[in-house]
Design a protein around this ligand. Sequence first.
Ligand SMILES: C[S@@+](CC[C@H](N)C(=O)[O-])C[C@H]1O[C@@H](n2cnc3c(N)ncnc32)[C@H](O)[C@@H]1O
Length: 221
Amino acid sequence: MPTFTGEEAQNYDSRITKLVPGYALIHQLTGAQLLALYPDSATILVVGAGTGKEIVELAQLNPSWRFIAQDVSADMLAIADQHFTKLGLQERVQIHHGAISPQAYQADAVLCLLVMHFVKDNGDKASLFKQMSEQLKSDGHLFIADLEKPATSFEREAQLIVCKQLGLTDVGEQRMRVNLEHEFYPVDKMRLAELLDTAGFGIAKPFFKALGFAGFVVDKQ
Ligand SMILES: C[S@@+](CC[C@H](N)C(=O)[O-])C[C@H]1O[C@@H](n2cnc3c(N)ncnc32)[C@H](O)[C@@H]1O
């Protein structure tokens, strides 16, 4: 599994757009839905905030929104912190490294973009969904996007073709091929529904699909 430390953190921003077809669109569609839901103020918890890309974009959409940038990688958060400082956003963003204790935040929305496929379905996914549910207000929304189990036998191959078209090198393609097979833990829609239900979420409503990557918005029950 990618570690998101050291060099992997340093070159994340240039790498990710070649690995996820529609990467920018996932963020754009999430931002538009947040703007429709919360035209005034909102507290948005970003789980797996990485280098802060979604927060930097969202901060420009609405100057009243405040953010919590959570991640398990201190290196990714250090880069995010540099971006926030450079853009004068540090007053609006709280950085949270590591697990979140129950009810630490009362967020209007939780974002979990391109994170859950790195989490094993051995109790760890269930635990992360529970953590996110506990941070949401009773009428809050979860936005989640990550890799699904392939819908066809040729979907992953097509995905790699698009990655090459997006600029992925031969070495990068080989690494991604291995990661897709062995280092990611995608679930299908049935299993996602089970995990969401157990954590106190409702039905997942799709808002994004690009080959293996899918995005859903989910209400807290
Ligand atoms: C592919 S990056 C996505 C970053 C950002 N959300 C984006 O859209 O660019 C995945 C991030 O998830 C983080 N991550 C992995 N497992 C996590 C977990 N269990 N809890 C929180 N963050 C996690 C990684 O450290 C990494 O920064």
